[in-house]
Design a protein. Structure first.
Length: 255
């Protein structure tokens, strides 16, 4: 898949009117940049967001997490997949995701981002993503899940994206928490979703209905992301997860 197309796929989650992305009669690059402008440009300039109660959108997509990151910095995230059945849930994996945060040539208040997903032969690059303040790494684990579901259940990725987006709007649990970071306790928010519960379209692999998403974000962590996880729990409350994918902040490195 071409990098410019993948950028659009990563961003489509957070747009209530995502169908516009597919209908634009423009080149692929222009389409991607238009989506980015809608998501990270127009939304972020609304200063009223801070006065409103926190929502999934305000915590994951509207906050300008990258503006506090100095240009020419790389944010490094650990990515792990733990699988109880490699044929059913994919191979175990331990790798890194890197987000290069660069000065934006057109708007000094924003950033240009480059994503490097995994390393070595697995590495995939996305970007540049210009004029952004939000953190595009938020979408990687979600996009990984949609293609895993498609492979095992059939259907189209848009169906699973729409279910997750609907849960973000209607069924998310948001909690204020304290979390450990860099040897100290900081404030943050935890968002929990179970978007496929009771979904008859997932009966082929029914345990997927119980997939739990957990996002932990904090203004005190560079880039905003503390951790993001996707867990298919075991059949018993005290049993190990059938599969868990987990992305967590590791460090920031000046280039």
């Amino acid at each position: 898949m071409r990098p410019d197309k993948r950028v659009g796929l990563l961003l489509v989650f957070s747009l209530d009117n995502a169908e516009r992305y597919y209908k634009m009669k423009l080149s692929m690059v222009t389409r991607v940049l238009s989506v980015i402008t809608i998501l990270f440009g127009v939304t972020l300039v609304n200063s009223a967001v801070a006065a409103e109660p926190e929502t999934v959108s305000s915590l994951l997509f509207d906050k300008p997490y990258l503006t506090s990151v100095k240009p020419d910095t790389t944010l490094i995230y650990d990515f792990k997949r733990i699988s109880s059945d490699e044929k059913k849930y994919g191979q175990g994996l331990s790798d890194t995701i890197r987000l290069d945060v660069l000065r934006d040539e057109k708007d000094s208040s924003k950033r240009t981002a480059h994503l490097h997903i995994y390393s070595g032969p697995r590495e995939r690059n996305i970007g540049p993503i210009p004029q952004t303040s939000g953190n595009p790494a938020i979408m990687i684990l979600l996009e990984q899940d949609t293609y895993d579901f498609k492979r095992h259940l059939g259907g189209i990725p848009a169906y699973f994206r729409n279910k997750i987006r609907k849960a973000m709007r209607e069924d998310a649990k948001i909690e204020q928490i304290r979390v450990q970071h860099d040897g100290r306790e900081i404030s943050g928010h935890k968002i929990t979703l179970v978007p496929f519960r009771g979904d008859a379209n997932m009966q082929r692999v029914p345990e997927y209905q119980n997939t739990i998403y957990e996002f932990i974000v904090s203004d005190e962590v560079p880039g905003g992301i503390v951790s993001i996880s996707s867990t298919i729990p075991g059949s018993q409350p005290d049993s190990s997860a059938l599969r868990k994918q987990y992305m967590s902040f590791n460090s920031q490195v000046a280039k």
